[in-house]
Design a protein around this ligand. Structure first.
Ligand code: TXA
Ligand code: MG
Length: 321
């Protein structure tokens, strides 16, 4: 399963990425579990393989600065300074995203995390794939981050289509994550690039709240996706709740009769959880855009990707007023 990272294999790996498959590859920080970052179904496979009980926004890896402008809008001056100095390198920047970035990459946020890794194998792979590569660390949920191809094989061996061998990673901890808000750099995750180095160029870094330590009340943080419309599970609503309301419904496989909705969305007509995960955020956004007053959703079984989908929906329904 571990393949030598020669040009031939890198090209094969790039083809796999383009075909919607998963490739584990070295970066300077840790090994990444990569998929075509513009293909929501390929990205859904990442969550399936990692067995995360929830969705987490992913980092898009690029090899060329031109790619940045296709996925992000408005690059602020401070961001540009950081890019010029630290890319390629262990710095991830959270930026305003363009529509081309699927909701499953950003967990429905308006922002997307981007970095250019400082590793020739990674850069060759991304360049040959011709698409930004979405990649979390290539470990199973809750397990140690992989810094060698053997670590990846141990955890994900038969679940990835290829593991590119780049030896041990030189940094060994994940990238530092920064979001510049009103020209102030905010630290979302400490990592491989010391904060002091960033401060030398961009001024005092404010300490943000890391994503994985967020309070249980989404919506309080600037970077947490929360639907603008109240959301309820169908078993929680009564007919009178629906009276005089424009409701949007989100069903798993097919419409459940008895819910008179202005707009009906189906996560996956074939009942495929991967497709459901890939569609989740974009369908919620569509319902929001259609200006419904209430979104009603069907519960799905909390197995496989169903767990992450339900986690997201429960959070959205908790926050509903
Ligand atoms: O070094 C690294 O960054 C490695 C290598 C593979 O590049 N990748 C990595 O990815 O650590 P991951 O998925 O394990 O961590 C990405 C983190 C998320 O947990 C989240 O905290 C943050 O990036 N993140 C991603 N998108 C974000 C966004 N739009 N806003 C805020 N934080 C975001
Ligand atoms: Mg990780």
């Amino acid at each position: 399963m571990i393949s030598k990272a020669n040009i031939e294999n890198i090209k094969i790996a790039a083809g796999l990425i383009r075909d919607g498959k998963l490739v584990a590859f070295p970066t300077e920080t840790v090994y990444g579990l990569g998929a075509n970052g513009l293909d929501p179904l390929a990205v859904a496979k990442i969550f399936e393989v990692k067995q995360r009980p929830s969705f987490n926004p992913l980092i898009l890896h690029i090899s060329d600065i031109k790619e940045l402008h296709s996925i992000c809008s408005s690059i602020d001056d401070t961001v540009q300074i950081l890019i010029d100095k630290f890319w390629p390198g262990p710095l991830t920047l959270v930026l305003e995203k363009k529509d081309i970035v699927p909701g499953i990459v950003s967990s429905g946020l308006d922002t997307v995390a981007v970095r250019m890794p400082d590793n020739d194998i990674a850069l060759e792979l991304i360049g040959n794939a011709g698409v930004p590569v979405a990649a979390p660390s290539a470990n199973t949920f809750g397990m140690l981050s992989p810094t060698s191809p053997e670590h990846v094989e141990k955890q994900l061996g038969n679940k990835v289509d290829m593991i590119l061998d780049g030896g041990s990673t030189k940094v060994g901890v994940e990238s530092t994550i920064i979001q510049v808000i009103n020209h102030v750099p905010v630290l979302l995750r400490p990592g491989g690039l010391p904060v002091e180095e960033i401060e030398r160029l961009a001024g005092k870094v404010q300490i943000g709240i890391p994503m994985n330590e967020q309070p249980n009340s989404p919506g309080q943080l600037p970077f947490h996706y929360s639907p603008k419309v109240p959301l309820r599970f169908i078993d929680e609503v009564t007919q009178s709740d629906l009276l005089n309301k424009k409701t949007g419904a989100l069903f798993f496989k097919k419409e459940i009769p008895g819910y008179d909705s202005a707009s009906i969305k189906i996560l996956s007509p074939s009942g495929d959880l991967r497709i459901a995960a890939a569609n989740l955020f974009s369908l919620l956004h569509e319902l929001e855009n259609e200006m419904v007053d209430l979104i009603i959703v069907e519960r799905i079984e909390e197995k496989g990707l169903g767990l992450a989908i339900m986690d997201r929906l429960k959070k959205a329904s908790n926050k509903s007023h």
